[in-house]
Design a protein around this ligand. Structure first.
Ligand code: SF4
Length: 204
């Protein structure tokens, strides 16, 4: 094999390797998603809820943004408005939430948490405990990697909502690759990158 062929072979092997690693990341994320779904399902079942009902309680309990209207919750969760409406009616029957008209826009229905809805909404998620066991360097790399993938998914239209630093118009990266928030006027260490920022505004 001549030197040219060897170089070509190396380039092709490098590409294979990159594609292979991307495939492994995809497979690993699939396994994590499966584990998370199982944990979520078990938590929801323990509280007599469906996973969607639990998600709605958690979002409403976390506070704004998003505005807790049926339409915004549907967009946030990537499901249809009738699906959210049916889940909210079921939660209301269980005494965990109540529906009320928005004072500003009477046609808009807001979902408010009842005191009894707080307990399932604040249940510990075992996934957080598992992630907390990672050493800080690995947590940092995973957070930045996950946020970068989310930014690509927003760019290509797969995700419509993400209030993360890397999708925010106030985010800047300097020549060294360090992150900054020009709204808050502060550098952002990788561990400080936000996943759900109330000041977030989508990048153009
Ligand atoms: S406003 Fe929030 S999301 Fe945007 S860059 Fe600053 S900290 Fe990040």
């Amino acid at each position: 094999m001549g030197p040219f062929l060897r170089a070509e072979h190396l380039v092709s092997a490098g590409r294979d390797q990159t594609e292979n690693v991307a495939g492994k990341i995809d497979a690993a994320l699939t396994q994590l998603a499966r584990a998370r779904r199982i944990q979520r399902q078990s938590l929801a079942t323990r509280h007599g809820l469906s996973p969607l009902q639990l998600d709605i309680l958690m979002i409403v309990a976390a506070g704004e943004p998003p505005e807790p209207s049926i339409g915004v919750l549907a967009r946030e969760l990537g499901v249809t408005q009738p699906t959210v409406t049916a889940a909210v009616i079921a939660l209301e029957r269980k005494g965990l939430v109540r529906r009320e008209q928005s004072a500003q826009t009477p046609r808009r229905t807001l979902v408010r948490l009842e005191p009894s809805g707080r307990r399932p909404a604040q249940a510990d998620l075992p996934f957080v405990e598992v992630a907390g066991r990672l050493e800080p360097r690995l947590q940092e790399a995973m957070l930045e990697g996950a946020l970068t993938m989310i930014a690509h998914l927003v760019e290509d239209g797969t995700l419509s909502v993400a209030r993360t630093c890397l999708t925010c118009r106030f985010h800047r990266r300097d020549a060294d690759g360090d992150h900054h928030c020009v709204l808050l006027g502060v550098p952002l260490a990788r561990l400080d990158l936000r996943v759900d920022c109330p000041e977030h505004q989508p990048a153009a």
